[in-house]
Design a protein around this ligand. Structure first.
Ligand code: FAD
Length: 380
């Protein structure tokens, strides 16, 4: 197809990977990001082989490997006694099985790699401090309007502006999420503050009644990421930047193993995020405008696949534009190619809430039987 001028709202992981894939195909791309600088969210991320494969396709595999951690495997631990169950191997296993590695990454590091790669291909492509307010489309093109009144025109618009997407709102009106009943504590810990067994190169899922905790190494073992999810209904703000206190976080895990409290005490600054549920959309392309990543299919984080899906979307969007003669048809094809897979992720993540927080985990004997049964089944 003829090369397009493509406007992207949002320079999150999805927007940047899409920009990279589209630039490599020769399209003209501009990415509008509300933040004044990139990578402000200091949190961790697990990326499985489906996503690292795409990072390799867009040419950043070496740069990503330089800042990633490679966990050897995953384990489950019991909230009360700390008992450990080995879950599965990653490391070489991921490469042998899927051809690509499993990485855990500090978001600002991955952001920096992707933004550098975009700037190398198109030095002016990233427009920072640019909050998208709305857009118009006609048969001929799209006009994007920023909050400060600046306007930009192009052939196509991609809303990669996350869970509170303005572009989605412009297409379909305000959404109506329901509260999941859970909130997530998250924070990053300098590994040097932790005893050796808590900075081992493995991903750990602690399971308990009404909560779970996940931790894994970042930045080649310099940092450890902490996510602690609890059933709590007095916090309903869905934001990367709402700060909480260490005492409040510790108070949400009464009676949990000392290792969990050692992690909590070592977090530099705990943040809290209310987990919201949205019905999967069946359609997110209208004419010259489409959505990707959390803007299109926001998900609970219980399969660690939200960013992986956003990254896959970027590559798939570029491929559909490459292989379809008509641009609007390409955007519809992109949506149709992604709906089923992303819906399965949204539904599977929601189903995992029950598995992680099952009441059977409350009693010592019930917990051991439950983990033996549930995670052996999960492995099959
Ligand atoms: P975002 O990363 O949200 O990026 C959107 C971008 O758009 C941001 O830069 C934002 O500033 C910008 N923006 C927003 N509005 C505007 C506007 N009006 N104008 C201009 N710019 C705008 N996923 C995984 O794959 N693995 C994990 O381990 C994992 N762990 C998670 C843990 C937690 C606690 C949470 C909450 C999520 C987790 N996720 C994980 C999910 C993952 O974070 C998201 O799915 C992913 O960030 C979505 O990427 P995105 O690019 O679509 O959106």
């Amino acid at each position: 197809m003829a090369k397009q001028k493509i406007l992207i709202a949002g320079a999150g992981l999805g927007g940047l990977v899409a920009a990279l894939a589209l630039l490599r195909d020769g399209h003209e791309v501009q990415v509008f990001e509300q933040a004044k600088q990139l990578g402000e969210v200091g949190a961790g991320l697990q990326l499985s082989a489906n996503a690292t494969r795409v990072l390799s396709l867009v040419g950043v595999d070496e740069a990503v490997r330089a800042v990633a951690s490679v966990p050897a495997g995953k384990q489950v631990r019991l909230w009360s006694t700390g008992q450990v169950w080995k879950l599965f191997d990653l490391g070489q296993e991921s490469i042998a099985e899927y051809g690509h590695p499993y990485y855990t990454l500090y978001r600002p590091d991955l952001h920096a790699v992707l933004a550098d790669a975009v700037r190398r291909l198109a030095p002016e492509a990233l427009v920072l401090g640019a909050k998208v307010a709305g857009f118009d489309q006609t048969g001929e093109g799209v006009t994007l309007e920023l909050e400060d009144g600046r306007r930009f025109s192009g052939d196509l618009l991609v809303g990669a502006d996350g869970v509170h997407s303005r572009v989605r709102q412009g297409l379909f009106g305000p959404d109506a999420p329901t509260f999941s009943g859970c909130m997530a504590w998250r924070g990053v810990i300098p590994a040097a503050k932790l005893p050796e067994h808590l900075r081992a190169p493995v991903g750990t899922n602690w399971v308990g009644p009404g909560g779970h905790v996940i931790h894994y190494p970042l930045r080649r073992g310099e940092l450890v990421n902490f996510v602690g999810v609890v059933e709590r209904s007095d916090w309903k703000v869905e934001s990367w930047t709402s700060a909480g206190s260490t005492e409040e976080c510790a108070g949400d895990f009464p009676g949990w193993h000392e290792d969990v409290h050692t992690l909590i005490r070592s977090i530099q600054q705990p943040f809290k995020w209310a987990l919201m549920v949205r019905e999967p959309m069946r359609q997110w392309t209208v004419g010259r405008v489409t959505l990707l990543g959390d803007a299109a299919h926001p998900t609970l984080p219980f399969l660690a696949q939200g960013a992986c899906m956003a990254i896959e979307d970027g590559a798939m969007l570029a491929r559909c534009l490459r292989e379809t003669p008509d641009a609007q048809q390409a955007l519809r094809r992109f949506q149709d190619a992604r709906v089923e897979r992303t819906t399965r992720i949204v539904q599977g993540s929601a189903a995992n809430t029950k598995r992680f927080h099952n009441p059977a985990l409350a009693s010592a004997q019930g917990a051991v039987e439950y983990v033996d049964r549930e995670w052996n089944e999960a492995r099959v």
